[in-house]
Design a protein around this ligand. Sequence first.
Ligand SMILES: [Ca+2]
Ligand SMILES: [Ca+2]
Length: 103
Amino acid sequence: MILPKKLYFCEEKKMKSMLVGFALLLSLLAFNAFAAPDQNYGGHFGDMDTNSDKKVTWDEFKAFFSDAQETKFQEADLDKDGTINHSEWHQFKEKYGYGHKQQ
Ligand SMILES: [Ca+2]
Ligand SMILES: [Ca+2]
């Protein structure tokens, strides 16, 4: 079926407003994800370091925390060598108040 040109134009406009709506919805979802409370990164270093090389890699980190954020990993990696060592981990936990519950 061949549509008149004017109708094509209408459809295109509709598509555009749908796309705008979709983009709005996506940004709302993104905002909600951002506003959601942080995961509690209160793990013990030894539990995260599954191969016991005294370094926690991103792979170990995300295996330990199911919804780990890479930004948090990078933040904890103070010397930016791509792994988290014991002291970096403690500084990270202290900064956010994770852990240090049992004393
Ligand atoms: Ca390790
Ligand atoms: Ca590091």
